[in-house]
Design a binder for this molecule. Structure first.
Ligand code: BG6
Length: 301
């Protein structure tokens, strides 16, 4: 694989032609292309790429809080979705597939790190815990795998949320559906954040959708994969590891109209956020302990 880091932007390309771009600002994946050159992530053409605000599109990282922080929680002073997406991470290095026991050049694993000592002073004061994050992005043919490792390096426990706020590129949201959510309880932010149960085996989109699903586990307590379909054809398979929740979000016409950094304005038609995470309850990490979870997106088209 060819890996290049220039001006805080890392690009990696496999001999198959699959490629990924990661900004150190937010350790933010802004592009994932498969070997046929198809872009699999939606990125706003008005996204700020200069570190002035979180990047709109791609894979924003959410840590240590999802959404607006609750008033009575240790994260209460942090911005919406926390600080991971607006902090500069460091590139820790690459591992090519040989070391993962696969044929050389089949995949590349890119590791990024963020620790409490790297945060801006102001942010540290707002959430004064000692932590270390290692985010691993593994690119293989037709697949993007995102894993997060969280370590408590301090002397007291802390609570966190993690979520991968992925903007998948779709051709037409009105012809897009999500399978694998039937019977799942979900909190609907469009309906006073009340809880409902999904009845459809194929969730379609007709208006703004903003829900946090906690799908029932499958055999052996496994997390069931979700399948995104476009025009009836499978387009993405989303698998999860230690991430019980999935936010499904599309802002539709009006919400997107009000977002200054979302362009083009009809871009609402061409993205769907499928956001695996652990957000419906806090994950508590004792001093010295570590946690790991992640998700993988496989392109089927
Ligand atoms: C989603 C939330 O995950 O993120 C939405 O459920 C929110 O409510 C969206 O609008 C975008 O958030 P932000 O902070 O990136 O504008």
């Amino acid at each position: 694989p060819i890996v290049d880091l220039t001006d805080n932007v890392l690009t990696a390309r496999l001999p198959s032609g699959d490629s990924v771009t990661v900004y150190l600002y937010g350790a933010h994946v802004t592009s994932w292309k498969t070997s046929n050159g198809q872009e699999k992530l939606f990125l706003s053409t008005a996204a700020a790429l200069d570190g002035s605000k979180p990047i709109r599109g791609g894979v924003p990282l959410v840590f240590p809080v999802f959404g607006p922080p609750p008033k009575s929680h240790a994260t209460s002073k942090l911005p919406q979705h926390g600080f991971a997406r607006n902090s500069y991470w460091e590139f820790l290095g690459k591992n090519s597939s040989e070391s993962l026991g696969r044929k050389a050049d089949d995949s590349v694993k890119l590791d990024f790190g963020l620790s409490s000592s790297m945060l801006d002073e102001g942010v540290r004061k707002k959430w004064p815990y000692e932590f270390g994050l290692v985010y691993s992005v593994t690119l293989s043919k037709g697949k993007l795998d995102c894993q997060m490792h969280v370590q408590n390096k301090g002397n007291e426990p802390f609570e966190f949320n993690v979520l991968f706020h992925t903007y998948l590129a779709v051709k037409d949201i009105t012809k897009t559906a999500v399978k694998g959510l039937k019977s799942s309880p979900y909190v609907d932010k469009m309906r006073e954040a009340k809880t409902f149960t999904e009845e459809s085996s194929s969730l379609t989109f007709e208006s703004e959708t903003d829900r946090v699903y906690t799908p029932p586990t499958g055999q052996g307590n496994s997390l069931v994969p979700l399948v995104v379909t476009e025009g009836g054809q499978d387009s993405f398979v989303v698998t999860r590891d230690s991430l019980p929740d999935v936010t499904v979000w599309n802002g539709w016409v009006d919400k997107i109209k009000g977002m200054g950094d979302f362009e083009p304005k009809d871009g609402w038609k061409r993205y769907l956020c499928i956001e695996p995470g652990t957000v419906s309850s806090w994950t508590k990490l004792e001093a010295g302990d570590a946690w790991e979870g992640g998700t993988a997106y496989e392109s089927k088209l």
